[in-house]
Design a binder for this molecule. Structure first.
Ligand SMILES: Nc1nc2c(ncn2[C@@H]2O[C@H](COP(=O)(O)OP(=O)(O)O)[C@@H](O)[C@H]2O)c(=O)[nH]1
Ligand SMILES: [Mg+2]
Length: 362
């Protein structure tokens, strides 16, 4: 899973990035698209992986990971208006966006206005997508009469999709709110529209503003959160960045002192899984214990395909047991003897925490 942070300059994107990743290295240097973005890959905490690992003592234990990319500010920084090209490049591959809005007062920038900032970010993303749509439609109009066959069919799907998207964007609606057929959806995937991506707005409050966090997040939710694939929450970037740098007991103590239920990194991962509708399944053996991420509603062959495309193509059956049941029976072999391991076919829909052994032929 890859998630890109964006927002207006000086909203605290890099501070939040540091809070999420426990990074001390990331700086605010990446301002106008000249430097490289801050990138960190963090483990998805999952105690089931640890417990399976104790049971199987495998050669290798692999957690699911999230890659965070902290790119550049959108508009308003004087150097460049709109969404910088560098940001578009780095955001393209991401599965979701975190839009950081300032919720703290600042000597230079004054009192915060998270609702208006969130609306500005939304509009900048809408404009960026609109420019792509208009460009592409103009090109399609020029070339659609000159081609035939399959190529033409594909271009027709693309044109249909873009003609549904254009009026939506004109009404300030995100691409993710437009219903497209499967072909139409495929035809526009390459554009990586910003407003097609699930988006989590984060109000970044200061230490003295933590009590207002929930109400500010609620206001942002009301303003821009009504679209599908949109959420709004709050973090205390600076405080949580400091906490992320502590270890063990100190961390626990400060979290409870500030009334935070868990470290920023863990909260963000849970929010991201919710936003994207992701769940995890597990594989366990002597070689490797590993957690995998899939979209809720994935079938067993689709889950197998996350491991390897051959597994999906040659899928025969899956041996499945829930994690808790596996623990209760102290391992696959015992659970199997007790008849607790199910044999599931192609139409099985995966559950969170399924421990799976795929049977396939290649
Ligand atoms: N008071 C206060 N300042 C913050 C907070 N978060 C970030 N800042 C400050 O705001 C400035 C911009 O933060 P930065 O993370 O670099 O913003 P970016 O430009 O969006 O990456 C820095 O001087 C931070 O120290 C916060 O929660 N409270
Ligand atoms: Mg920054």
């Amino acid at each position: 899973m890859e998630i890109a942070l964006l927002g207006l300059p000086k909203s605290g994107k890099t501070t939040i990035f540091n809070a999420l990743t426990g990074s001390t290295a990331a700086t605010s240097a990446f301002a106008s698209g000249k430097a490289e973005p801050n990138i960190a890959i963090v483990k998805v905490p999952d105690e089931r992986v640890g417990k399976l690992s104790e049971m199987y003592t495998p050669k290798k234990t692999t957690y699911a990971t999230v890659k965070y990319v902290d790119v550049a500010g959108i508009g308003g920084d004087g150097s460049e208006h709109g969404v910088p090209e560098a940001l578009l490049q780095h955001v393209g591959k991401s599965d979701a966006l975190i839009a950081v809005v300032r919720g703290f007062s600042d000597d230079m920038q004054g009192a915060p206005n998270p609702v208006s900032d969130a609306e500005s970010i939304h509009m900048e993303m809408v404009f960026s997508d609109m420019a792509k749509v208009e460009n592409r439609l103009a090109r399609i109009d020029k070339s659609i009469g000159k081609i035939t066959g399959r190529e033409k069919d594909m271009m027709v799907h693309e044109k249909d999709a873009l003609e549904k998207i254009k009026p939506a964007l004109e009404s300030n609606l995100p691409v993710r709110s437009v219903e497209l057929s499967e072909e139409e959806g495929k035809s526009i995937r390459g554009f990586q529209f910003l407003t097609a991506k699930p988006t989590l707005y984060i109000v970044n409050v200061g230490e003295d503003g933590m009590a207002d966090g929930p109400s500010l997040a609620a206001k942002v939710r009301e303003a821009v959160g009504g679209y599908p694939g949109t959420m709004a929450e709050w973090f205390a970037g600076e405080v949580e960045m400091e906490i992320a740098r502590l270890d063990g007991d100190d961390r626990t103590m400060f979290l409870s002192e500030y009334g935070l239920e868990s470290p920023a990194g863990e909260r963000m991962i849970r929010l991201s899984y919710d936003l994207l509708g992701y769940i995890s399944f597990l594989t366990a053996g002597a070689d490797e214990v590993r957690a995998w991420t899939i979209i809720k509603g994935s079938s067993a062959p689709q889950a197998a395909g996350v491991i390897h495309s051959d597994f999906e193509r040659g899928f025969i059956r899956a041996e499945v047991i829930g994690f808790d049941c596996l623990m209760e029976y102290n391992g696959f072999a015992n659970a199997k003897k007790a008849g607790k391991v199910r044999l599931e076919g192609k139409s099985y829909i995966m559950s969170d925490g399924d421990v799976v052994n795929f049977l396939f032929s290649v």
